[in-house]
Structures are given as structure tokens and as C-alpha cells.
Design a protein around this ligand. Structure first.
Ligand code: FES
Length: 159
């Protein structure tokens, strides 16, 4: 598909998400959330479309978008690996497993792998402390982890 087609397609997804909001009051924030829900990030085109739709300046949209740390502005990897470093997971050895995930995926800290297949994110609790240490792939939990299980998880992510 040509670049022009891709960007038209992207704009259409953005316009649809903005105009199909079920909320009574459509705001800059609700529109940003709607775009992030469908694309999992906020492209520059979304800032423009939201500014048109809400009749505010690009700067107004940008100041809301940049205020909230939950918005991301680059496309995520194909899959997201959440690694928990909350208290229960920490006590049960999460740090060693997180280091292992970093090494095996060749990602430093949070972010995308070189091939853009995986986004690694830190979580302060994935809500499954009894299963700690816990990772999740696209919200599917993997608990009671050890080094062997982490290697298996990483291998499925890579393939
Ligand atoms: S602290 Fe890790 S799941 Fe709660």
C-alpha cells in the first residue's frame, strides 16, 4: 500500500474514533482517549483532527496530550509485554526475571525491540499478586514465573 493510502487510512480511523464516541460530552481528552483506544498511540494526525473537531488550537490539544503520561506518541510493538515490579513480585524475584527479559529481548528499560515486535512496559501491580512474579502479554497473565518460563514467554514473543 502506498504511503498516501496509509496516511488516508490512518486519518479515517482517527476521524471515526473521534466522531463515534458514545459520551455525551466530547472533549479534547475524551477524543485523545478514543484515538488511543483504537490505535494504541496518538499520531500527529490525531492532534490535528482533534483540534479541528473540538475547534481548539493544536497547542491546546498538545498541552492536554502531553499532560497525561498514559498517552504514547509512537506506535507500540506488535505485542506488549508488561513486567511487574510491584512489591509482591519484587519479593518473589521479579528483578532477576525482568533483567532476563531485557537481555533476551535486547530492550533497555521500557520501549520497543529493534524489530518493533515487542513493547516492554513496567507495571507496579498487574493485580495477580498471589501468582507473583507475574508478566503479561497483551493482558494475558503468566504467573509463578521462573527463568525457564520467562525464556518460553520471550520465545513465543519473538516468533
Ligand atoms: S505486585 Fe506484581 S502482580 Fe501485584
Amino acid at each position: 500500500m502506498s504511503e498516501k493510502h496509509n496516511s488516508e487510512k490512518l486519518r479515517n480511523i482517527i476521524k471515526d474514533s473521534i466522531s463515534n464516541q458514545k459520551r455525551k460530552t466530547v472533549t479534547v481528552l475524551s477524543s485523545l482517549l478514543a484515538v488511543q483506544d483504537s490505535l494504541h498511540y496518538i499520531p500527529d494526525e490525531a492532534i490535528e483532527e482533534i483540534s479541528k473537531h473540538c475547534k481548539v488550537t493544536i497547542n491546546d490539544v498538545w498541552s492536554v496530550a502531553s499532560f497525561y503520561t498514559n498517552f504514547r506518541f509512537t506506535p507500540p510493538g506488535d505485542k506488549t509485554l508488561d513486567v511487574c515490579w510491584g512489591p509482591s513480585c519484587h519479593i518473589n524475584g521479579a528483578q532477576k526475571l525482568i533483567n532476563q527479559a531485557h537481555d533476551e529481548l535486547d530492550i533497555k528499560g521500557e520501549g520497543e525491540s529493534e524489530d518493533k515486535k515487542v513493547t516492554l512496559r513496567y507495571s507496579t501491580c498487574l493485580g495477580a499478586c498471589a501468582q507473583s512474579p507475574v508478566f503479561a502479554i497483551d493482558h494475558k497473565m503468566f504467573g509463578k514465573l521462573d527463568e525457564t518460563k520467562v525464556t518460553k514467554i520471550i520465545n513465543t514473543l519473538k516468533n
